[in-house]
Design a protein around this ligand. Structure first.
Ligand code: SIN
Length: 487
């Protein structure tokens, strides 16, 4: 099958791109899993947006402070300026943000924000936005969506891309398109402990890298200070909005230790809070610290954070009168596939949007709730750019149809799942909040051995094989870049 545009990834950035493209374009969205299984669906906090013009400067300033002034200032200004259009668009397609009794949007605080500017839908903003985007995209006549199609390869032939995906029943599907948009999200699964969904293995970044696109600042990994401390590897997020609404970070004895580290206490930017917690845990040999919101009104807690309340209750913690055990875990990738303000990568007709892209807006550390905003603004701009380019190019009929269904699985041996665990152990040891150079150097050697095995051992080329390849590629890039940065 052939399309004008193929979008790989069905989180907020992928679907928002699809619905902003000119409706004359044929669009295919390839989703690795179900439409609901992605990081967007797990985003709790909200969307930071300066909805009045006189609030823009403050939002820019807070983002720069959080990002240690390493942000791409032009893209940042653009993002803040454009925010209002996207919030209005979301409201127009039915996204419901929390409002006060007079019907005004309610805004909350999170770490690093000097004023309340985060609009939200209870503690499930990503889910609300995604569900409305799914509705609009699935109803659009020009958009096809295929779930459970894992894209493992894209190659460029003349002016088009051939995209290969492993589908149900071991089929390989091949598609051709004029424009390819990577919207594959993050890479949290290279860590043992992450808030990311099970599909976040850095696939789009690996594909772009193999195509020769520039990848930037992959060492910029963000660790969220407060994930629920459980045995699970996919850790449940306790939103920063909980601190925004007044929760305290305390040790086992109830002491508010953030006073020792930063004047902004619990509402310091995320990198500072995560590092402070790590130091506190090391100093006192703790397995976790605690988040305490029990001094707030019970009904308010249940109404404002229904999912967090329920999740904690399920494991026996009533957050209206008990402390929540939390630790920092991997949460977000600030680096990625290098793009300009229109989402263009360094390869003609290849675009990247959302978490897998690097627009530079976040600098060294993302300000809370700027991620959905980045997804929205730059996905819309990428869609606009593709639509304008496409209109100029009328002669766009492909000569032959190359839809192909093959059996995949060439190879004999089943891949060893232990490789995934090995990569996660390496990353957890070598680069968890702070870099451990020796472990990083050792880790690169182990990853090289795994990559070698993938070449030599005649493995069945299934989804696990390619996930491991992708995890190796992005982990190695992260460690190499981190080591370069200390030198
Ligand atoms: C959160 O709710 O704490 C996460 C929001 C974000 O990552 O910006």
């Amino acid at each position: 099958m052939q399309y004008d545009v193929i979008i790989v990834g069905s989180g907020v950035s992928g679907l928002y791109t699809s619905i902003n493209l000119d409706s004359n374009l044929s669009v295919l969205v390839l989703s690795k899993s179900s439409l609901e299984n992605n990081n967007s669906n797990l985003a709790q906090g909200g969307i930071a947006a300066a909805l009045e013009e006189d609030e823009e400067q403050d939002h820019i300033k807070d983002t720069l402070i959080a990002g240690n002034y390493k942000n791409n200032i032009d893209n940042l200004k653009l993002m803040i300026k454009e925010a209002k259009k996207d919030i209005e668009k979301l409201i127009s397609i039915g996204v419901e943000f929390d409002k006060d009794k007079q019907g005004n949007l309610l805004k909350t605080l999170e770490g690093g924000h000097s004023r309340k500017r985060i609009i939200h839908h209870k503690d499930a903003t990503g889910k609300e936005v995604l569900s409305k985007l799914i509705q609009v995209a699935t109803e659009a006549e020009n958009i096809d969506i295929i779930e459970n199609a894992f894209v493992y390869d894209a190659c460029k032939i003349n002016d088009s891309f051939i995209v290969s995906a492993i589908y149900e029943d071991n089929k390989v599907l091949k598609f051709r398109c004029r424009y390819l948009v990577l919207a594959t999200g993050g890479l949290g699964k290279i860590y043992k402990y992450t808030t990311n969904s099970s599909i976040a293995t850095g696939d789009g970044i690996a594909i772009a890298y193999l195509l020769g696109a520039k990848i930037s600042n992959l060492n910029l990994i963000q660790f969220h200070p407060t994930a629920l401390c459980e045995e699970n590897e996919e850790r449940f997020l306790i939103s920063e909005a909980v601190r925004g609404e007044g929760a305290h970070l305390v040790d086992q004895n109830g002491y508010r230790f953030m006073e020792l580290y930063d004047d902004r206490k619990e509402l310091a930017p995320r990198d500072i809070v995560s590092l402070s917690i790590l130091k506190e845990m090391k100093r006192k040999n703790y397995k976790c610290v605690y988040l305490d919101i029990s001094h707030k009104d019970k009904d308010f807690i249940k109404e404002r954070f229904p999912n967090i309340y329920k999740k904690c209750l399920d494991i026996g913690i009533d957050i209206t009168n008990e402390k929540i055990p939390v630790t920092p875990v991997q949460h977000y990738l600030m680096g990625g596939i290098y793009v300009n303000k229109n989402g263009q990568t360094t390869i003609n007709r290849l675009y990247a949007v959302g978490e897998c892209s690097y627009t530079g807006v976040h600098g060294n550390n993302r300000l809370a709730s700027n991620s959905l905003l980045e997804c929205l603004v730059f996905s819309r701009l990428a869609a606009r750019h593709i639509s304008l380019r496409k209109r100029k190019c009328l002669n766009n009929i492909f000569k032959e149809d190359i839809f192909k269904e093959d059996k995949y699985c060439i190879g004999i041996n089943k891949i060893n799942f232990n490789y995934k665990k090995q990569i996660q152990d390496i990353m957890q040891r070598a680069y968890f909040i702070q870099l451990d150079v020796n472990s990083a150097i050792h880790g690169i050697g182990v990853i090289d051995n795994i990559l070698n095995d993938l070449k030599e051992l005649n493995y069945v080329k299934d989804i696990h094989f390619y996930e491991i390849r992708n995890m190796c590629i992005v982990s190695k890039l992260i460690l190499q870049e981190s080591i370069r940065n200390v030198k």
